[in-house]
Design a protein around this ligand. Structure first.
Ligand code: HEM
Length: 227
C-alpha cells in the first residue's frame, strides 16, 4: 500500500485487526527464507533465537501501526533480558554480513565493531579523526512523511469491526464452518449466559448465519446438559 492517506478504504489500514485484501494490495516479495535443516542443539538454536521487529535490514522501515511501534521496543528489551545484552552476537541471531553499531561491552561480548574492516577498535564514537567507524552512506532515500495537525490520543475512526470477519466466514467451506462453530460453542458453553449472548451478537453482525449457528449450538449443548 502506498504510504499516504487512503480515504477510499472503509477501514483504517493501520488497524492490526484488519487484513489488506490481497486483490487490492498484492503482497510484495521482500526476501526469501530457506528452511532446509533442523536445529542440532535446541537450546542454542531455538531457545536463544531472538526475532523482533526492531532489527531491520536496509530498505525496510516501520509503519505508523501502534502495535508495531510497541513491539519494536519491547522485543529487543525482552531479548536483552531473556538471552543477554549481546544476544545479537550469537551465531543464531548474528547477521551474515558484519554490522557495526558502535555499541560495545556488556556480558558475553566477544566481538568489537569494525575490527574486521581495520578500523581503530578504541574509538566507539563518530565522527572521529582517529580512524574509528564511519557511518555508511545511506542506501536509499529517507522516509519523510508529511504530518500536520494536533497529535492526540483517540479511538480510530473507520473501525468497521465486522465486515472482514463476515467476509472470511463466507469464504469458508462447510466443514470449516462446522469446525469453527464447534470450537466456539465448546469454549462459550462454559461462560455465563450474558457473555454468550454478547458474543452471539458480535457473530450476528459479522453474518446472521454465523451468529444463528453459534446461538443454536449453545442452545443444544445447554439442552444436553439438562438431560
Ligand atoms: C500484531 C501483533 C503481534 C504479533 C503478531 C506478535 C507475535 C509474537 C510472536 C510470534 C512471538 C514469539 C512467541 C514465541 O517465541 O513463542 C512474540 C513474542 C513477544 N511479543 Fe508479540 N506479537 C504481537 C504484539 C505484541 C505487542 C503489542 C507487544 C508489546 C508491546 C508484544 C511483545 C512481545 C514480547 C516481549 C515477546 C517476547 C520476545 C522474546 O523474548 O523474544 N507483542 N510475539
Amino acid at each position: 500500500m502506498s504510504d499516504d492517506e487512503h480515504p477510499e478504504l472503509d477501514f483504517d489500514p493501520l488497524d492490526p485487526t484488519k487484513i489488506w485484501p490481497p486483490d487490492q494490495f498484492p503482497l510484495l516479495p521482500v526476501g526469501r527464507v530457506v528452511l532446509d535443516k533442523n536445529p542440532v542443539n535446541y537450546f542454542a538454536e531455538v531457545e536463544q533465537a531472538a526475532f523482533g521487529t526492531g532489527v531491520l535490514v536496509d530498505g525496510l522501515d516501520f509503519s505508523d501501526d501502534k502495535l508495531l511501534q510497541g513491539r519494536t521496543f519491547s522485543y529487543s528489551d525482552a531479548q536483552r533480558y531473556r538471552v543477554g545484552p549481546n544476544y545479537l552476537q550469537l551465531p543464531i541471531n548474528q547477521p551474515k554480513t558484519p554490522v557495526a553499531t558502535n555499541q560495545r561491552d556488556g556480558q558475553m561480548t566477544y566481538r568489537v565493531d569494525g575490527v574486521e574492516a581495520g578500523e581503530n577498535p578504541h574509538v566507539n564514537y563518530e565522527p572521529s579523526s582517529l580512524g574509528g567507524l564511519k557511518e555508511a552512506p545511506k542506501s536509499g532515500k529517507d522516509h519523510t512523511p508529511f504530518v500536520q495537525g494536533p497529535v492526540i490520543r483517540q479511538k480510530i475512526s473507520r473501525t468497521n469491526d465486522y465486515q472482514q470477519a463476515g467476509e472470511r466466514y463466507r469464504t469458508f467451506h462447510d466443514e470449516e464452518r462446522d469446525d469453527l462453530i464447534l470450537n466456539l460453542v465448546s469454549a462459550l458453553k462454559q461462560c455465563d449466559a450474558h457473555i454468550q449472548e454478547r458474543m452471539v451478537e458480535h457473530f450476528m453482525q459479522c453474518d446472521p448465519e454465523y451468529g444463528t449457528r453459534v446461538r443454536e449450538g449453545l442452545k443444544q449443548s445447554a439442552e444436553k446438559i439438562m438431560h
